[in-house]
Design a protein around this ligand. Structure first.
Ligand SMILES: Cc1cc2nc3c(=O)[nH]c(=O)nc-3n(C[C@H](O)[C@H](O)[C@H](O)COP(=O)(O)OP(=O)(O)OC[C@H]3O[C@@H](n4cnc5c(N)ncnc54)[C@H](O)[C@@H]3O)c2cc1C
Length: 303
């Protein structure tokens, strides 16, 4: 099997999750090549051909130019499958590529089974196994679903000159206002929907304070307006790797797990002993957060 992986840069660097695309390829025992708008001194380490467009010229998110870069690589490599991250870059690029190649497109692959690709549906509540019916397919891989392998090797770089598409002019990019940086926190106590209300978030804040940590959040807690979006952990939030991660009333959807899978010790507090968070927790306390969190804070303060 031949895969063409599509790389992605953020803030001028190769996105860390790109390594997971190689993990996906390894599971399929596939031969890989890559297309990337990137910088010559920040390339992924692998043995294969790398079709490289200059990041300085084409920018990180110029879908017209990047599409042409990938299509040029597709023409040369004739892959069975084009693989992108399930990120805002991948969401934009995958349908463009699939339309141009008249190929099937699968979004958010989280696993492989004997019959095909496993993708999420209904906001992660259901898994479907699907198989593309076209000779070439385009798919996006959910960050966190496949392990990053140890990267080694040196790609053969093939410089590709692409012309920006005139249909879209990239006027500029700007960063959202700086929020809290949770990436360096040693302890994070996160609130999920199970915390129940904005007022109850105080219980989570009290535990974070007692442990000298930061407060994080699931997307549901952010969408409910209980905590600022800059505290969201997961595929559409921050990726964190604290020594201690406490998940309070968080079910453990794959999009959340993707952002905290690098944590050291994971303590989960949940009323449901079968919640998916149990699969990554070192310790699961089956309890109502309203009972357990104040008791834990009291015990810590006594110490
Ligand atoms: C494209 C996309 C991107 C996404 N990005 C993210 C992301 O970056 N981060 C993210 O978190 N999610 C993300 N999501 C959403 C994700 O799929 C889940 O919906 C979300 O993580 C669920 O949040 P939650 O665990 O707080 O809520 P729920 O799934 O509703 O879970 C609540 C949990 O609390 C427990 N509970 C209820 N009451 C109590 C109580 N009194 N005490 C203790 N436990 C209790 C329940 O048993 C349950 O397990 C994304 C989804 C999509 C489709």
């Amino acid at each position: 099997m031949r895969l063409l992986l599509v790389g992605e840069c953020r803030d001028g660097r190769l996105a860390a999750e790109i390594a997971e695309l190689f993990g996906f390829a390894a599971r399929l025992d596939a031969e890989v090549s890559m297309a990337l708008a990137g910088l010559a001194d920040d390339l992924p380490a692998f043995d294969g051909r790398l079709y490289l467009a200059d990041l300085e010229t084409y920018g990180e998110f110029s879908s017209g130019a990047h599409k042409r870069l990938v299509l040029a690589a597709v023409e040369r490599e004739q892959p069975d499958t084009v693989v992108l991250l399930h990120s805002s870059y991948g969401w934009d690029m995958a349908p463009r590529l699939a339309a141009a190649m008249q190929s099937a497109q699968l979004s958010g692959v989280v696993g492989l089974d004997d019959d095909g690709y496993v993708v999420e549906s209904c906001n992660g509540k259901m898994l479907r196994t699907v198989r593309p019916q076209t000779p070439v397919a385009v798919l996006t891989v959910q960050p966190g679903a496949f392990k990053s392998p140890a990267m080694s090797g040196q790609p053969e770089v093939i410089a590709v000159e692409t012309l920006p598409e005139s249909a879209i002019e990239l006027v500029g990019c700007r960063q959202p206002e700086a929020g809290v940086d949770l990436t360096r926190a040693e302890v994070i106590v996160s609130a999920g929907r199970g915390v129940g209300s904005a007022e109850q978030v105080a219980l989570v804040e009290a535990l974070a304070k007692a442990l000298g940590g930061e407060v994080g959040a699931s997307r549901q807690a952010v969408d409910a307006g209980w905590l600022d979006r800059s505290r969201q952990i997961g595929t559409s939030g921050q990726s964190v790797s604290p020594a201690l991660y406490v998940a309070c009333g968080i079910s453990g959807a794959i999009q959340h797990l993707a952002g905290m899978k690098g944590s050291g010790f994971v303590l989960a507090v949940n009323t449901d002993r079968d919640a998916p968070i149990a699969s990554v927790a070192d310790l699961l306390v089956v309890s109502d957060v309203a009972e357990f969190l104040p008791a834990l804070v009291e015990a810590l303060e006594k110490r």
